[in-house]
Design a binder for this molecule. Structure first.
Ligand code: COA
Length: 382
């Protein structure tokens, strides 16, 4: 396998972008990525997207989106793994370059969620239809059950959940591309309206539109495109059971553990080598479970990591410096690529007010559904 680097990035603002269509969101992000690498051609494009068919009635995204990019003929296709679609698109592009199949490849992600009133139902199609969705449960409900299990097992409190939101909004306030670039107080989180007990509005990621794109090439060709390539050291992909009912312990995200183990083994690194991480905080409890499953904190200690500042900017292992899904937004198919972009900017020293000083190695973890799929990538700056 060849070593692979990210050499260009592009991303729209995330939010309720009424004025911009799905195709225009993609074209904005993809053009910016090409421009940032001074590249005028591509060999392949992999587009992470959960459900454009249900959100905006559009399937067959590969040819449509490269046509609108002005690149008819380029190999292109959609990649799907629910909210981990972006992460899976990145892995697919990584393998395409590492294998020697192509030399310049785009991994992109796009989702336009705010055009439909049925967002919750569309998202619920990524849960087990027979065991979960048909009975009326939605993603906030599934994560609420995970939260209750974590509370029961580890004594996690509503206040612990709320500190995750306070931290991520504090980070998001420093990110001009975030959907909610504003701080929130602990009291505001704890008094926000109840969505699925114990999860309140400000414990949830929002419904978002947005797109993100990165360009990959072999590391030994990277200098053609940028002075500051970021190497992808490893990619780990894993699955777990779809239905929570089939898990031994729903407070443990075993697909996240497996994907992390695979990535750490491939990189020859350990969680202690990470300088920062972007993790899948679709709900506050998800960040707590993910930092534990990734080994960034000891099992059962995730509940206090945001409150003590361990996972905040300036802390031992800053998590979700972008604002995470909570504050930056969660256009589901784009999220995995946006996480990679935060890592690239951090490892290049270009993250401005969010910069983690001395950051050289970091990981991104993107998750589908209630943890049934997980992708971890490890990045290293040059
Ligand atoms: N965080 C902060 N503010 C939010 C928000 C969020 N997650 N969601 C909505 N808001 C704000 C809106 O901007 C709006 O503010 P305004 O009145 O100042 O304009 C207000 O709250 C009400 O928004 P609305 O769209 O009516 O909220 P809603 O009740 O329809 O939806 C949720 C709120 C939490 C149910 C929705 O955001 C949601 O379903 N999130 C989870 C998405 C999800 O499951 N993703 C997949 C994960 S696996």
């Amino acid at each position: 396998m060849r070593d692979v680097a990210i050499v260009g990035v592009g991303m729209t603002r995330f939010g309720e972008l009424w004025e911009t269509s799905l195709r225009d969101l993609f074209v904005q992000a993809a053009s910016d990525a090409l421009h940032s690498a001074r590249a005028d051609h591509l060999e392949a494009v992999f587009i992470g997207n959960m459900s454009a068919g249900q959100f905006v009635g559009q399937e067959h995204l590969g040819p449509l989106l490269v046509d609108h990019l002005g690149m008819v003929g380029v190999a292109a296709g959609r990649v799907e793994s629910a909210c981990a679609s972006g992460g899976l698109a990145l892995r697919t592009a990584f393998v395409e370059v590492a294998s020697g199949m192509s030399d310049l490849v785009m991994a992109a992600g796009v989702e336009k969620m705010t055009d439909t009133a049925d967002v919750t139902e569309v998202l619920a199609t990524a849960s087990d239809q027979e065991l979960e969705a048909y009975h009326g449960i939605t993603f906030p409900g599934l994560y609420a059950m995970i939260a209750r299990a974590h509370m029961e097992k580890h004594g996690t409190t509503e206040e612990d959940l709320s500190w995750v939101s306070v931290k991520n909004h504090r980070h998001g306030a420093l990110n001009p591309k975030a959907q909610f670039p504003a701080e929130v107080t602990l009291e505001a989180v704890m008094r926000s309206s109840m969505v699925a007990d114990p999860l309140r509005l400000l414990h949830c990621s929002p419904v978002s539109d947005g797109a993100a794109a990165v360009l990959l090439c072999p590391l030994d060709q990277a200098k053609q495109y940028t002075d500051r390539p970021v190497r992808i050291r490893a990619s780990g992909l894993a699955t777990g059971t779809m239905a929570l009912a089939d898990r031994k312990d729903i407070a443990v995200l075993d697909a996240v553990q497996r994907s992390a183990q695979r990535a750490f083994t491939m990189a020859g690194l350990t969680p202690a080598d990470m300088h920062l991480a972007e993790v899948h905080d679709c709900f506050a409890i998800a960040e707590i479970c993910c930092v534990e499953a990734l080994g960034l904190v000891a099992p059962g200690t995730g509940k206090s990591a945001a409150r003590t500042g361990e996972t905040a900017l300036g802390g031992r292992i800053p998590v979700n410096t972008s604002g995470g899904l909570k504050a930056k937004g969660h256009p589901v198919g784009a999220t995995g690529i946006a996480q990679a972009i935060e890592l690239v900017e951090q490892l290049r020293g270009e993250a401005g007010a969010r910069q983690v000083r001395g950051a050289r190695i970091g990981l991104a973890q993107n998750m589908g559904g209630s943890g049934a799929s997980s992708v971890v990538h490890i990045f290293e700056g040059s």
